[in-house]
Design a protein around this ligand. Structure first.
Ligand code: FAD
Ligand code: NAD
Length: 367
């Protein structure tokens, strides 16, 4: 139950209702918030449990029910954004009248701080696995038909495998299937597929096992997590992306969203740090995108370049940053995103503060 304390501290308490026709059951969630979208809701029907989790600011509102009757596998989820209403339409297996929606299960109708809730997983099937560089692969997995889940821009999920009898969990940031999709897709395609760019570390705990999965095998995928908010893009004019190695992964959706969804945007620049040219993920796609979209530029920096490399080299440094972070206008609204190995991100953050960028102008991707 929603306690008074939680209701006072958190967003105004959401509620739900349900109604039916001969063939359909509709569950309606009233979030009483305006910034709800399809990425805020995760719905799962697994065994006897029907579960709707809605993220409202930093809280999680859960509907968790053992349905009274059987339903068909697929259902639809819609959001009326301006009133924050969510409708989940279930198809009855038999056209009988339901006397109740079902029985409440654990934490049903609760509004809890998100940090106090456990991750919830569903098993996804591996659909494809393609080499991207000598050690990085693009994996695609398929959500079960009875799951609605969309990973918002800038957020990650946890993948879980049982390795030698122990459950191992690691975070990964979904990407789109390519950088230059014909640019027709909506930002949140209502897709059943999730794509991951994963670097396989031969001596690593998790990635060699992930790499051993065969097409058709399963990996568990959690609900989305992360602190990045699309609202950080509001009125943005210059976007600077600082990525090192697989720290490139959050930049994929950020880049796509910025180029397709931010009318105020003038310039996007990516500085991509890698050891060698062979390590650069999607290099030719990045170069193609830069040719195709005048607003986008990419610069590669190598920390272990061959002698013939004529581009920039070294680790992240104040000199590299001050040259790179040139605003298109003196008063441009700027966002800088940074992601990579911890020392890279920590040093980068320090240099950015030294260069007088404010906290609001910087987003670092971390766990
Ligand atoms: P680990 O067992 O963690 O080992 C990694 C490497 O470190 C290996 O080479 C290993 O030999 C070495 N190592 C381990 N322990 C030590 C030690 N004590 N001393 C010295 N060396 C050691 N990765 C991606 O590829 N793609 C992503 O999209 C992605 N997204 C992420 C999102 C977030 C929010 C975070 C925090 C991380 C993300 N990562 C991503 C990294 C990912 O979570 C894993 O850390 C990574 O895949 C390595 O996992 P592993 O278990 O295979 O390797
Ligand atoms: P890598 O070892 O191939 O290094 C890539 C580049 O990072 C190097 O060329 C160098 O420029 C820089 N770098 C490496 N070590 C550095 C140091 N000590 N000081 C300064 N710069 C340094 O990188 P990788 O193996 O691809 O690792 C990528 C890292 O990004 C992982 O640690 C992963 O956990 C992290 N990551 C984090 C997120 C997230 O938090 N959201 C997402 C994806 C990846």
């Amino acid at each position: 139950q929603v306690t008074d304390t939680l209701a006072r501290e958190g967003p105004s308490s959401p509620s739900y209702d349900w109604f039916q026709t001969d063939s359909l059951v509709t569950i309606v969630v009233y979030t009483k918030q305006k910034d709800i979208n399809l990425g805020s809701i995760t719905v799962d029907h697994q065994g006897d449990s029907f579960r709707v989790e809605t993220i409202i600011k930093d809280y999680s509102y859960l509907i968790h029910i053992g349905l009274s009757h059987e339903i068909q596998e697929d259902f639809s989820v819609q959001v009326v954004e301006n009133v924050g209403k969510i409708e989940i339409v279930l198809k009855k297996k038999e056209s009988t009248t339901w006397k109740s929606l079902g029985c409440p299960l654990e934490n049903h109708n609760s509004l809890l701080p998100k940090k106090d809730t456990d991750l919830y997983y569903r098993k996804c099937q591996l659909i494809s696995k393609e080499d991207v560089t000598h050690d990085t692969k693009l994996f695609s997995v398929m959500l079960p038909p009875s799951t609605h889940l969309q990973v918002p821009v800038g957020q990650h999920v946890y993948l879980k495998l049982t390795i030698a009898g122990t459950e191992i969990v690691k975070p990964y940031t979904p990407v789109s299937d390519s950088l230059v999709p014909e640019f027709k897709e909506p930002v949140f395609p209502n897709s059943k597929y999730i794509y991951f760019l994963v670097k396989i570390y031969p001596a690593g705990l998790f990635t060699p096992e992930l790499d051993l999965l065969q097409i058709g095998d399963y990996v568990s995928v959690s609900n989305p997590e992360g602190s990045f908010k699309i609202s950080q893009f509001q009125e943005m004019e210059d976007l600077f992306l600082l990525a090192a190695g697989t720290g490139f992964t959050p930049m994929v959706k950020v880049l796509h969203y910025a180029l397709t969804g931010i009318p105020s945007l003038r310039k996007v620049k990516l500085m991509f740090f890698n050891k060698t040219e062979d390590d650069i993920i999607w290099r030719s796609q990045l170069e193609k995108l830069a040719l195709k979209d005048k607003r986008f530029d990419v610069e590669f920096v190598l920390s272990a370049p061959p002698s013939e490399w004529s581009g920039k080299q070294g680790y992240i440094s104040p000199a590299l940053l001050s040259e790179f972070l040139k605003k298109s206008l003196e008063k441009s609204k700027v966002l800088i995103c940074i992601c990579g190995p911890t020392p890279f991100t920590e040093q980068g953050m320090k240099f950015l503060h030294d260069l007088n960028f404010s906290k609001d102008e910087i987003h670092s991707f971390t766990a």
